[in-house]
Design a protein around this ligand. Structure first.
Ligand code: SF4
Ligand code: SF4
Length: 298
């Protein structure tokens, strides 16, 4: 499908086509989280129930729909997924449909939960993978953003996952100059090794100037928007919104980044979202300039 453009009075806004629906995200934790990170781009926290947690029945409904649409893999996120009381049933159910990547802050993973996760993985032919988010390999720097005690709980969660044979990928939002990525990567990999993660891997993500980060640092300025010209030398279908959608407890959104934005809600179910989406949000600028994708494989 060709990229379509929409004229506004100020600029030409590109539309991203839905090339192929390969990935379904499910926001099973809603906007509830046990942490309140100072850069959370959807301002999740213990009191933010703007988007409710998904029930097992809601997850099942979206999975059935996804099957008929040819979805190949699944990601779950929040908020924090492990505060959903049906999380283990949800994990087992999704694995009936395909490979699953779980995004978590790691702080809720006890030894007992890790063993249960191992049992769920052993009962499935599809891979169950984890991505644990942290800020730093140093406790003080991590907890300055994630809150007191977050570092120790996340490290314990990583160790429990490692002890049960999982290799969680560490995800970190960049708080340093991009030129230092290689140097930081070495230290993060060493941190994972020291916690006995069998195959240490990390993923560095850009910060989106939304939610808490917009409040605590800065929001986007008027120049930080994409136009049609931004895609003259960049294949627009490389953006994750060309191949995925985000199901939540109150509708389906274009992507996990914009669940705080009512304009990004595309329909009540996946079927209603099978159309192009106008890239009018400033966050799309970050995706374009960083080539960012939330998926693990890149
Ligand atoms: S960044 Fe992640 S761990 Fe932190 S408040 Fe947001 S959802 Fe929770
Ligand atoms: S924020 Fe990124 S993933 Fe979401 S619609 Fe914009 S370009 Fe696509």
């Amino acid at each position: 499908m060709d990229t379509q453009v929409k004229k506004t009075d100020k600029r030409i806004i590109p539309e991203v086509p839905l090339k192929n629906l390969e990935t379904l995200w499910l926001q099973v934790g809603g906007t509830l989280c046990n942490l309140e990170c100072t850069h959370c781009f959807i301002s999740c926290g213990p009191k933010n129930d703007t988007i409710p947690m998904m029930t097992l029945a809601q997850v099942k409904e979206r999975l059935e729909e996804s099957k008929t649409l040819g979805v190949k893999d699944y990601y779950i996120t929040g908020g924090e997924v492990f505060i959903n009381p049906e999380i283990f049933e949800i994990l087992a159910l999704i694995l009936d449909y395909g490979p699953l990547d779980v995004l978590t802050n790691g702080t809720q993973i006890t030894a007992e939960k890790a063993l249960r996760l191992r049992g769920i993985q052993d009962a499935s032919n599809h891979p169950l993978r984890f991505r644990v988010s942290m800020e730093n390999f140093e406790e003080a720097a991590n907890d300055a953003i994630r809150g007191k005690g977050a570092y120790r709980k996340a490290v314990t969660g990583i160790q429990h996952l490692a002890e049960t044979g999982f290799s969680p990928i560490l995800t970190i939002t960049r708080t340093w100059e991009e030129e230092r990525d290689a140097e930081m990567e070495v230290q993060f990999i060493e941190f994972l090794r020291s916690n006995r993660v069998p195959q240490p891997k990390i993923k560095i993500l850009p910060g989106f100037m939304l939610g808490q980060l917009a409040k605590n640092e800065r929001g986007y300025n008027d120049e930080e928007r994409v136009t049609q010209a931004c895609f003259e030398n960049f294949d627009i279908t490389q953006l994750q919104c060309a191949t995925s959608r985000m199901a939540t407890g109150e509708g389906v959104y274009v992507c996990p980044i914009l669940v705080d934005n009512p304009k990004a809600r595309m329909g009540n179910n996946i079927e209603e979202t099978l159309r192009p989406f106008p890239l009018s949000h400033s966050a799309c600028y970050t995706c374009r300039v960083t080539g960012m994708t939330c998926k693990s494989s890149t």
